[in-house]
Design a protein around this ligand. Sequence first.
Ligand SMILES: [Ca+2]
Length: 452
Amino acid sequence: MEQARRKSSRSWTAAVALVSLFAVVAVAAAGAPVPRRILVDTDMDTEDLFALLYVLKQDRSKFDVKAITINANAWIDAGHGVNQLYDILYMMGRDDIAVGVGGDGGISDAGEIHPDVGGYLPLIDQVLSTAGGCRYRQAIPPGSHDGRLDTDTNSGVRRGFLPRGPRQYEPLRQPTAQQVMVDTVSAGPTTLLLLGALTNAALLLMAHPHLRRNVERVYVSGGGVRVPGNLFTADDTNPFAEFNMFCDPFAAYVVLHSGVPVTLVPLDATNRIPVTEEFFAEFGRRWQSTPEARYCFQSLDQVLRRLRRPAPGLHGSTGFYLWDSFTVGVAISSMGNGEVNGGNDFAELEYMNITVITSNKPYGARDGSNPFFDGRSTPKFGLKEGGVHSGHVQTGIRDSFCLVEGSNTGRCQDGYTKEVAGSEGVWVELPRAQSQTRITIARLIGNFSRAS
Ligand SMILES: [Ca+2]
């Protein structure tokens, strides 16, 4: 019991670390004349707002957010995502930050990626059109029960709270995510903070391999290595995948195997950081001094009002965790410490040999589920016959291939960040499974005091 209480306390202090910075102006940089150029790719889920504001509150002389791109094939729809982000940036006095989303192009049968390729679909469903269903997005409820409608409106908090800025979503004129990414990464070494499905980042790395040298590191929020996945709507078909990886497994594979340095912050780490009632109460009592803190608190309040109701299949105390915020905390702290030996204030990092599962065995069997191979004389993107991408690809959350008779635990692994041996995997940096968050309240209060 004592151990459990201490564990809970550590999780709580990590959560405190993240939220307290909403009320903190970061300490001026000492001897750091060149700011890190940062691009954030987000699916604009509620918790992404915490992470975004955490980054935007940093000292710009150290961490300069140049652009934000939106992943529109998961939790949010393009126009809603852009408008909310524009208003948040207006509130934060950052109308200078470029925002990109979607695009009307696609990927040809020959594998040519068009410059205006859309981020509305995962790579496997991309053709020369933005129309069509996304097999993975079915895992996300479309309505208002912790689904896209909640995210699109931020549970109604956005309209009631945010000031309306001068920028608005323009369907045919909105800069595309690819355009914004290419412009930003071309302009100088850039660190990518990836807080949703990895479609946009994968397209960038595939279509512009020469720009990989300008990507200093990618920090990825997602995956689950030694813990179960969190597809609470699809456990009976795929108990392995985490949402962000599942929404575009092939894109995740591309990013992790791209050769760009990767730090992955999976469920193994974030499962230890649930939003607890204790944390929520503390947030309400102590951190209401800025509009951004109040916006996050009200957003969280709405989420918890839903999650507190019985919700079959949701695991964890509230079902809500600081996934992306923790990732951003690890990223900022690591960058601040020079990214030397995984040194950061949130978690101890280690290397693991992992890959992302994109199809299921038996490999090479044609069953109509895999458009990279089915009906083609040569596989798309030059993929290998009989290789790891050539098996059955999960077609939806009720895919009968993935069901196991007599069991409520499915067998499909699409999107699973799996530990493997040898060259099948890549060495990726991630928080040590046993690592403890080392942030203390005293340190946080110290930061807070220095801000005044
Ligand atoms: Ca996210």
